[in-house]
Write a protein that binds this ligand. Structure first.
Ligand code: CMP
Length: 136
């Protein structure tokens, strides 16, 4: 089923000049980037985006990190985009992410694990709306 997912390249991906290589993987796989923008997240925006993690021990560090530099937000479209993109980015903890995944190949720690991707249809819709102001 053709669907859309939300992907965010975090400040470490921008600082480390990995934007091109990461996007290349999604294009090589056959996905289409249908919307994209580079922005610096405000504290409010980061807190809204990660509100489900509020109160967790890593929350403050995560918000500080996510507002520390520019990020690249995008909508990726293709067959089973949500689950396939999640598979391509690898486990949240890069130390456990399989080689061949983006985190497995390029990252070693959290919260600087390079990339976020929606984990469900509901979250994809919420995140696309938050960043691009529409539900499509
Ligand atoms: P993400 O997939 O964007 O979802 C929540 C983010 O919180 C996660 O990637 C990491 O960047 C961060 N995170 C998750 N667990 C931890 C942790 N134990 N310590 C620090 N950051 C974490």
């Amino acid at each position: 089923m053709k669907e859309r997912t939300f992907v965010l390249l975090k400040p470490d991906a921008v600082r480390r000049k990995l934007i091109g290589r990461i996007i290349q993987r999604f294009e090589d796989k056959g996905f289409e980037i249908v919307e994209m923008k580079m922005i610096t997240l405000s504290k409010e925006m980061a807190e809204e985006f990660y509100k489900m993690h509020k109160g967790k021990d890593f929350y403050e560090r995560l918000i500080e990190f996510m507002t520390s530099g520019r990020v690249v937000a995008m909508i990726i479209e293709g067959e089973n985009a949500i689950s396939v993109v999640r598979k391509m980015i690898g486990k949240t903890n890069p130390a456990e992410a399989e080689p061949g995944t983006i985190r497995g190949d390029f990252a070693l720690s959290t919260p600087d694990n390079l990339i976020h991707a929606s984990d469900s249809k509901e979250n994809a819709e919420r995140e696309i709306k938050l960043f691009f102001g529409k539900l499509e």
